[in-house]
Design a protein around this ligand. Structure first.
Ligand code: HEM
Length: 417
């Protein structure tokens, strides 16, 4: 793949290590689109692990880039609050959508508890045959010897089907979920997403659609889908429209984009490290560890943010009340003080589950087992069918400092097993 990306990477490295520290801005979407954020974080981890930057749009924020420091912040909800927003951007005052990921205890705990049974090991065991059947059907429908976009045909399709099942959402209309997920995460001005008013109108359409499902289920016997669970639980049954929308956004994006991008990331990783693919086909028992390694290597959510509850001394820096503190998981997962040879994708690492991609502490991803299950199943089914999935060119990466993923990825499957 000689597309100039090597020059771009060399340039980024030279720049990252020559500009004054205070000018380093890791919240620049362009760095993620071009995959050139790595040297900036490398420098921060070495020279300024707790780093203050005054961003023209997002204001002042602290970047935490080392593994153990991220664990310390993520585990300390008393000093680092999630209330309001858990991303770098400020919530919009006139469009506030509370959701439990952006709450502190006790309300967070009660709402999380409401939905967690849907993602419990016993419920996942029930879902497994269905996910497997769908994965098999998706793979059987792929063209052989022809270029196609893996993101759309496989990653989006499988994760959207799973999400539809979790919500017990009308299956034929499931691509509405994909669209709403994209509307939520698209950066302002992105082509295909209209003005801010149009975007909001689509989100109101989303909440209206779900309101109908809620109304059906609130008057029926409780069932195991997420909407019925929320409609019947003490902690969620009195949510207003905006809080309902907030929690829908959380579940749609949480359940969709992250897993979608990891499935796509596994194709990129195994093409960049073909010896690891050989290792996997010769030792299929490495699959669970390959799945965890892919989740680390991809880090589908680049960061989560908190707000300091009071003035606070952290690693020799004075963080003031109200200041935003950003935990860069994408950087912690490349910290060589904790992870050996972190830039390499190694499917038989000694401790593959040691990574930050699911966060830490009370907000640690409640869907982590479902994500792992979908990845495991898709690869078990791929290995039964295809000896190779060839990535034909650099994938088109997402233009986002939050969602670390792929919009498009052209691949070719030369033959079936
Ligand atoms: C590879 C896939 C996934 C990744 C990398 C991921 C990552 C994360 C991260 C980083 C957090 C916040 C952790 C923190 O603040 O400490 C989180 C929370 C959450 N995730 Fe996931 N996630 C994934 C899949 C899923 C799936 C499949 C669901 C299912 C619906 C899901 C639902 C949620 C929810 C509801 C929360 C909020 C938990 C809370 O605030 O207590 N995620 N996830």
């Amino acid at each position: 793949m000689s597309d100039g990306s090597i020059d771009l990477k060399a340039e980024a490295r030279a720049r990252a290590f020559s500009i004054p520290l205070e000018e380093i801005n890791v919240a620049d979407d362009q760095l993620y689109r071009t995959d050139t954020h790595w040297p900036y974080f490398e420098r921060l981890r070495k020279e300024a692990p707790v780093h203050l930057y005054d961003h023209p749009e997002h204001g002042r924020f602290w970047s935490i880039s080392r593994y153990h420091d991220i664990v310390a912040v993520d585990s300390n909800w008393q000093d680092f609050s999630s209330t309001g927003s858990i991303v770098l951007e400020d919530p919009q005052d006139d469009f506030h959508t509370p959701m439990f990921i952006a709450m502190d205890p006790p309300k967070h705990d009660a709402q999380r508890k409401t939905v967690s049974p849907a993602l419990s090991p016993s419920n996942l065991a029930n879902m497994e045959p269905l996910i497997r059947e769908r994965a098999g059907n998706i793979l059987d429908g792929l063209p052989i010897g022809e270029t196609f976009n893996w993101v759309d045909k496989v990653s989006i399709e499988l994760t959207t089907m799973t999400l539809a099942t979790l919500f017990d959402f009308p299956f034929e209309e499931r691509r509405k979920l994909t669209r709403w997920s994209d509307v939520i995460t698209a950066p302002e001005g992105a082509p295909g997403f209209g003005t801010e008013d149009e975007r909001r109108a689509e989100l109101f359409e989303c909440v209206g659609y779900f309101m109908n499902l809620w109304n059906e289920r609130v008057n029926a016997e409780p069932k195991g889908d997420l909407i019925s669970m929320m409609a019947h639980a003490e902690a969620t049954r009195n949510m207003d429209q905006m809080e309902f929308l907030g929690n829908l956004i959380l579940l749609i994006v949480g359940g969709n984009d992250t897993t979608r991008n990891t499935i796509s990331g596994s194709i990129v990783a195994l093409n960049q490290f073909p010896e690891q693919y050989r290792k996997l086909t010769q030792n299929p028992e490495l699959l669970p560890s390959m799945v965890s390694e892919t989740i680390r290597w991809q880090t589908p959510l680049a960061h989560m943010a908190r707000v300091a509850g009071e003035d606070f001394e952290f690693k020799g820096k004075r963080i003031h009340e109200g200041e935003r503190v950003v935990m860069w998981y994408v950087s912690g997962n490349r910290d060589d003080e904790v992870i050996v040879d972190p830039y390499n994708y190694i499917i038989d690492r000694e401790r593959p589950r040691q990574h930050l991609s699911f966060g830490f502490g009370i907000h640690r991803c409640v869907g982590n087992r479902l994500a792992e299950l979908q990845l495991t199943i898709i690869w078990e089914e791929i290995m039964k069918r295809f000896p190779e999935i060839r990535l034909l060119e650099e994938p088109k990466r997402s233009y986002s400092i939050f969602i670390k993923g792929y919009e498009e990825m052209n691949v070719l499957i030369p033959e079936r097993v």
